[in-house]
Design a protein around this ligand. Structure first.
Ligand code: C5P
Length: 395
């Protein structure tokens, strides 16, 4: 039987995004029943929600017809997952306190299913001690939280409080609904992703074209397989994957420190494109333009090799996987890297044909016992297969 979610739509401007979420859920074959609070109906019409979900919309707690058709307790358990979108400050407060004075809060209290909330509110309301206290209580109670993001808000302010986008909420729902086997349950996995940024002065830096997409896809795949994932990420513009602990860093030195702090781990995958060099002495102030014809000279020093440091360190994870982005002699260079960096596996890819920033990748698995060539796949599928391979090695 197909999976289904019970959507509790709260009363906030972000309620309009619940319509897009319903549409996305339906395209995935996920059934949707919706409850709307009274305030929600001020922002989106029950008719829109009913039309998109193809189901009757529930709103009043004591509606005799509804109770005969499906009691509110039954409604709260009718789906595989309860999703509150948007979770307003008011709804979060009610849920944290266990209040049950309308259908939405009663259902959230009565359910025996996992609950996901997508908070959305003004930045001050989000940062208020009361909301943060309620958030902590809800997390302790085992409620899953997606977002909020930082950005422009409908009220004209900027900051955290903007509801996660429908695609991000969908991704979180898919993780929570996944009944796929969880071969990495109980395993701690460390992943690095993205470029590093090495400062020249306070306004300039040296970096590279890594988008972080492959590393982020690996983190998502690992979470789906049940792992406890820490992602050490250089500066990228990707949504934060659901259920992943992210440590944001800029430089290679910071990345190494964050990785060391994240040990012990059962497995580690180093997908970051770490800058090989940093400027020996980055200037404290912006370097001024010199006389015409004169240019500054930058002296570089080598950055730490994060992968090698961890792979040869005292707290080495059981399985260490590196990447090798090459433009020529791909396999040969990958084999050399396997030895030199003490890895168990190298994922080699030919980056001469525009891999950076795209959604596809052609990789070769170079291990101690041989080479496996994979066809061109999406980065998501490459990630699934790498994580399945890692799970096999960890057994
Ligand atoms: O030596 P090269 O940069 O080609 O090695 C690539 C692999 O080593 C990747 O897995 C990358 O994440 C890792 N690496 C690292 N620290 C560096 C350089 C590379 O972890 N300073």
């Amino acid at each position: 039987m197909g999976k289904s979610v019970l959507l509790i739509i709260g009363g906030g401007i972000a309620a309009y995004k619940s319509l897009e979420l319903i549409r996305l859920l339906k395209t995935r074959g996920i059934g949707v029943r919706a409850i709307m609070t009274k305030a929600a109906a001020e922002f989106v019409t029950p008719l829109s929600v009913a039309s998109l979900s193809g189901e009757k919309v529930h709103s009043a707690l004591f509606n005799l017809t509804d109770e005969v058709e499906m009691g509110h307790i039954e409604l709260s358990r009718s789906a595989d997952l309860v999703v509150v979108v948007p979770a307003t400050a008011d709804l979060m407060a009610k849920m944290a306190q266990g209040l049950a004075n309308d259908l939405a809060s009663t259902t959230a209290l009565a359910t025996d299913k996992p609950v996901l909330i997508a908070p959305a509110m003004n930045v001050r309301m989000w940062q208020h001690a009361a909301t943060q206290r309620n958030l902590a209580t809800l997390e302790t109670d085992g409620i899953h939280v997606v977002g909020p993001n930082e950005g422009d808000m409908a009220c004209g302010e900027f900051g955290p409080g903007r509801m996660a986008e429908p695609v991000e909420i969908l991704a979180a729902i898919e993780v929570l609904l996944a009944s796929a086997p969880k071969p990495l349950a109980g395993r701690k996995i460390l992943i690095t992703a993205g470029p590093t940024r090495e400062p020249i002065d306070p306004v300039r830096y040296i970096s590279n074209h890594s988008s972080g997409k492959q590393g982020y896809a690996l983190a998502e795949a690992a979470v789906r397989m049940g792992a406890d994932v820490t992602l050490v990420s250089g500066p990228v513009s990707l949504p934060k994957p659901f259920g992943v602990k992210i440590i944001d860093v800029q430089t290679a030195d910071e990345m190494l420190a964050a990785c060391e702090k994240s040990l012990p781990a059962d497995g580690a995958i180093f997908a970051a494109a770490v800058a090989d060099w940093k400027v020996a002495h980055s200037a404290a102030n912006k370097i001024k333009k010199q006389k015409s014809g004169e240019v500054p000279t930058l002296t570089f020093v080598e950055n730490p090799d994060i992968l090698k440091t961890i792979a040869t360190g005292k707290m080495r994870p059981q399985i260490v996987v590196g990447f090798a982005a090459e433009t020529e002699k791909v396999i040969e260079h990958a084999k050399a890297k396997l030895e030199k960096k003490s890895c168990d596996l190298i994922i080699a890819n030919d980056v001469s044909e525009g891999v950076f920033g795209t959604n596809r990748n052609t990789v070769h698995l170079v291990g101690k016992s041989g080479v496996e060539d994979w066809p061109q796949l999406s980065k998501a599928e490459v990630a699934n297969r790498i994580m399945a391979h890692l799970a096999g090695l960890l057994k």
